[in-house]
Write a protein that binds this ligand. Sequence first.
Ligand SMILES: [Zn+2]
Length: 172
Amino acid sequence: MNCKNCGQEIDKKAVVCTGCGCKIKKPFYKKLWFWLIVVVVIAIVGSSSGGSDTSTNTTNKQAEVITYEVVDLQTMFDELDENAMKAESAYQDKYIEFQCKITNFDSDGRYIGVEPVNGSEWNFITAMCYIKDDAQKSFLIEKNVGDTITIKGQVKEIGEVLGYSIDIKEVY
Ligand SMILES: [Zn+2]
């Protein structure tokens, strides 16, 4: 490295020129404060973009993670029988998980009818569970009327005559 003032060759670490005695200015990129700023800027940019990434990830996860409330189908039937308005406000759009017994299959594979496992024999109310994908279909095609299954699903419709319509999310 040479002195900018007199051209004298000087040591890289020299603070003062050995030729003319002037102060040697280090290039900005060799100064500590420059790198401190670089680090801080990277940290800020990283945390802000990373931060927004994290928040979108969280929202995505929140959209994916559904909590299913474990319910008793017979209780749901009884509640609908007693007060359809109350049942609707309690279960409309709810994500529920319940055990049930298959009562019938739609031959076109659109839905199955189910009843409570240990329910009363004279349920006026029914529950129709709609098949939403091929995995559910291939699981259910192996089953028979009377088989017990567990369904995780979302209640789509509640009617005092038609009973519950439930979209199957998972069945096993
Ligand atoms: Zn010099």
